[in-house]
Design a protein around this ligand. Structure first.
Ligand SMILES: [Zn+2]
Length: 66
């Protein structure tokens, strides 16, 4: 099962939980305050780490540069 990231809209607590795709669309129960106010957020770890996208041509870049 994939891991999704949530932020509690009630207390602001950030947590991760494993859920199915169907469960991921629903609000998750906050482990801190116990309220079902966990709103799903997109993980930024996969977006902001690479820097310039499409340039470099290293291990997983598109061939054509270099
Ligand atoms: Zn909470």
């Amino acid at each position: 099962m994939p891991i999704y990231e949530y932020v509690c809209k009630s207390c602001g607590y950030k947590f991760e939980t494993m859920a199915t795709l169907a469960q991921a669309h629903e609000a998750q129960e906050c482990p801190k305050c116990g309220k079902k106010h966990g709103e799903r957020v997109l993980s930024v770890s996969s977006l902001g780490s690479r820097g310039s996208f499409g340039y470099g041509g290293g291990s997983c870049g598109p061939s054509g540069f270099g």
